[in-house]
Design a protein around this ligand. Structure first.
Ligand code: DLL
Length: 435
């Protein structure tokens, strides 16, 4: 079902009008209340009065992760801190975390975005939503939690980890939906299939809302088969509140973005010019309803494209293709662009392989090395080299044809690749670019 037909199915002309009104108000608020935006707009010679409709958005300055870090923690707040009700932050592997703060309305709108995604699977009263995203500063746990609450569902806040207990509760409490990263969902599915205590046939799962990291259609197929569910993509980022910036509909053919709250653009990351409709580039968002920390033209670094053709589901909200990866995830190995998700795509085409992998890149004698650890499913695992070759050769050929360079593939024993309860880490790049 559709959670909010008025917003999700609004005729596009009407939506542009709403976006224009909301952009004008957001820009005014940013200019008047946030010195950072006033300075940036003054530098570009743009005044709030110059923004008369959504078509003027390209006059506005971009905001980057570095700006957010410079303004850490609350420099971008546009309301008195007394109006703030919650703070989240993304882990940030280097330096200070990226912070987002929320007013009461921000929390309501955030839950609305997640509820729209859950409604796709008819989640409502009587359904139990198991939230296995981490609770805490990470937006996954509480974001999914509040979305489930808005749908009137039972919230089961298991958080991430403690896998044995998760699957026991999943069966005993009759969870109907599972929310976690796709890599943790795969780990849970594996644990269920190996368990002597629980069985997927005794479970009531029907939907999974997976996101927070890139995943492929091959992974979706595996998860749907193993967990007996329909697996939906849910997208979001801390800077735009968290999960629920968009999600897939029942046709699973692109992620609808909630454009009444987040205005998406695709730009060429090198020239910063807008891409032609349908072209791949960097996704940029302007928040249209956020109060505590509105954001103008935030460069997400996520690479994707927007699909404007109408969707069969009746929603008019634009669709986003799967995220290819983040521009900072892209590796250049021997001069070739490689995205980790391409490896996942290849692996899931071969039934003998698990979708787990780990890439190590190094530079030896001035040449890049590309090592790839993979796992065979336990029923295919063998230590015999000549047996391994049987599986390795087709995978090697597929990777060469898709990626364009030759990997050194190593077959690890079962569980030889670390399982993740949150966002999986797939790459170790040992190259020293300072030399
Ligand atoms: O990952 C919010 C979230 C939580 C989304 C739970 C979905 C589910 P951050 O930690 O700030 O926030 O990371 C945001 O994760 O820019 C993307 O690179 C990536 N990402 C999030 N969802 C998806 C997805 C949360 N569905 C960053 N597909 C984003 C691919 C995703 N990548």
């Amino acid at each position: 079902m559709i959670h909010n037909p008025q917003m999700e199915c609004m005729p596009r002309e009407e939506m542009r009008k709403l976006q224009s009104e909301r952009l004008i108000a957001t820009v005014k608020k940013c200019y008047e209340n946030v010195p950072f935006y006033k300075k940036k707009m003054d530098e570009l010679g743009v005044k709030p009065e110059d923004i008369k409709s959504i078509d003027d958005i390209s006059k506005l300055p971009f905001t980057t992760k570095y700006d957010l870090r410079d303004e850490y923690p609350f420099g971008l707040e546009a309301v008195p801190h007394t109006e703030v009700r919650r703070i989240h932050a993304s882990s940030g592997t280097t330096g200070k975390p990226v912070v987002d703060t929320y007013t009461e309305n921000d929390l309501r709108n955030w839950a609305e975005g997640v509820a729209r995604v859950m409604a796709v699977a008819d989640i409502g009263p009587g359904d139990t939503v198991q939230v296995s995203y981490g609770y805490g500063l990470f937006t996954g746990g509480l974001g999914a939690h509040d979305g489930a609450a808005l749908r009137g569902a039972v919230q089961l806040p298991t958080s991430a980890g403690n896998t044995e207990k998760q699957i026991m509760l999943m069966q005993d409490f009759g969870s109907n939906a599972l929310c976690c990263t796709p890599s943790y969902a795969m780990h849970l599915a594996e644990a269920i299939h190996e368990s002597k205590v629980v069985s997927v046939n005794k479970m009531k799962l029907r939907a999974g809302f997976f996101g927070a990291e890139p995943w492929t259609d091959g992974m979706r197929k595996e998860l749907e088969q193993k967990l007996h569910i329909k697996a939906y993509d849910i997208y979001g980022l801390t800077e735009m509140s968290g999960p629920g910036v968009g999600g897939e509909c029942e046709y699973q053919d692109g992620t609808h973005l909630w454009e009444d709250m987040f205005y998406p653009e695709i730009i060429n990351p090198d020239t910063l010019e807008p891409c032609a409709p349908g072209e791949f580039g960097e996704l940029v968002f302007t928040s249209l309803t956020k109060e505590a920390m509105p954001i103008l033209r935030y460069r997400t670094r996520d690479l994707t494209r927007l699909i404007y053709e109408p969707c069969r589901c009746g929603r008019t909200a634009v669709r986003m293709d799967r995220i290819l990866g983040r521009s900072d995830d892209m590796m250049i190995i021997r001069g070739v662009n490689v995205f980790p998700s391409q490896i996942e795509t290849c692996l899931t085409e071969f039934p003998a392989f698990q979708p787990y992998y780990f890439i190590t890149v190094d530079r030896v004698n001035n040449e890049d090395t590309f090592d790839l650890d993979v796992e065979l499913k336990p029923e295919f695992y063998t230590v015999e080299l000549h047996e391994q070759i049987k599986y390795l050769k087709p995978l090697f050929d597929r990777i060469v044809s898709m990626v364009g360079i030759k990997p050194n593939i190593h077959i690890k024993p079962p569980y030889g690749i670390e399982r993740s309860v949150g966002k999986a880490k797939h790459v170790l790049d040992k190259r020293d670019f300072t030399k």
